[in-house]
Design a protein around this ligand. Sequence first.
Ligand code: GDP
Length: 476
Amino acid sequence: GPLSVKDLAEKMGREVSEIIKKLMLLGVMATINQEVDVDTATVVAEDFGVEVVEVEPDEDPTEIQEIEDAPETLKPRPPVVTIMGHVDHGKTSLLDVIRQTNVTASEAGGITQHIGAYQVRYNDNKITFLDTPGHEAFTAMRLRGAKSTDIAVLVVAADDGVMPQTIEAINHAKSAGVPIIVAINKMDKPGANPDHVKQQLSEHGIMPEEWGGDTIMVPVSAKQRMGIDDLLENILLVAEVMELKANPNRRAQGIVIEAQLDKGRGAVCTVLVQKGSLRVGDTILAGTCYGKVRAMTNERGEKVKVARPSMPVEILGFSEVPQAGEIIDSVEDNEARTIAEKRIAKQRVQELQSSHKITLDDIFNQIQQGELKDLNIIIKADVQGSVEALRQSLESIKNDEVRIVIVHAAVGAINESDIMLASASNAIVMGFNVRPDANVRRVAEQEKVDLRTYRVIYDAINDVESAMRGMLSPEF
Ligand code: GDP
């Protein structure tokens, strides 16, 4: 539980004034009888060189107590789909055509708004699409700990084939454990060659069903609205096998898909409900932001009173703008503010503490403590030959305690998407004859991702081998 400043001083054999001074340096104005939370106390103690032993962890006051949903409370819910793929392969076009599939005559005049997600009805079933295409958005959300997507639709242009961002998308989806359905788009084009696309995808471990694999591949043309029914049917088929369910009769929990400040309306935020039902009047909390749902609308601008699992709604009522990817909870009136304030305090402390992200320098410790089973690595290099050479050499490093997993390997400069994938999958990034630009470096620093560049393959292998044995010489 919390300690007062006085308790803390006594336990550490220090003067109260010393503790208060230290707290001030941490940005906490404290008096002698003020309580400090465990995280803050830990930082202070460690600053004085005092080791902190964790006793039975208390319930985390910044977390909402999770409700276990009994199996009989679970009801089927629509799948949530993200569309990924290389630029210009037709993600946006496909999202647009699908959006129009179920527009009935009466709705046709209505204005559809971009709220970040939409739901379509198809053969009496619903499907939710996140309409910010791309794996970057997907992984950015995942970084905040939220799982937004059930199924990824990978769009590959039939005339262009597998491209760098196709491979990125595959690895982002794989790393998140999300099943992939391939939409082979632009089938109307004279140069369309779906077999070539299948061949290329097979080389990246995505094998079509008709060749004995387990990935559904649907030929489509967004331009000619061809194959869209087939795609939607297959999404429902995969969803059925996944048996997606949630309890609609409990307090709501969801994820923030988009949020911004509107001059007239204040914080406007699209929420995808994942469990329970969200209602107008509910007190809500997302990260350090809270408020009361004043109004909810769907993507057609219609008022909504209740939003059930897998339904996206735009809501008004947050006092501040929460971040995309944040978990949103409906809570008791009196909880919201207290928990938000505790989270702000915790954030401040965490910013001061070092991160727990993986770095080559500390993998030996982690291996020793049995904390690390997989060493995840992302490889970027200037030519395919080097990518393969590095991959094979790294994968051949033998170690009883830890397995090397290449999360992603590709030709090209180290980009922001690599850093986000590394952060989300706790990987290190190794570049061979490629350099990140200043912006990418900044993001890596911010995400605390270990980013290393090499000119000699042997040096890269050597670093990983030495690090595993705890003999990596410090970087200068
Ligand atoms: P995104 O970057 O993946 O979102 O791709 P877009 O949806 O913006 O499409 C890129 C270009 O391809 C646009 O000029 C589209 O009109 C075109 N396009 C998209 N789908 C098709 C298709 O099925 N057939 C043809 N011929 N062109 C398409």
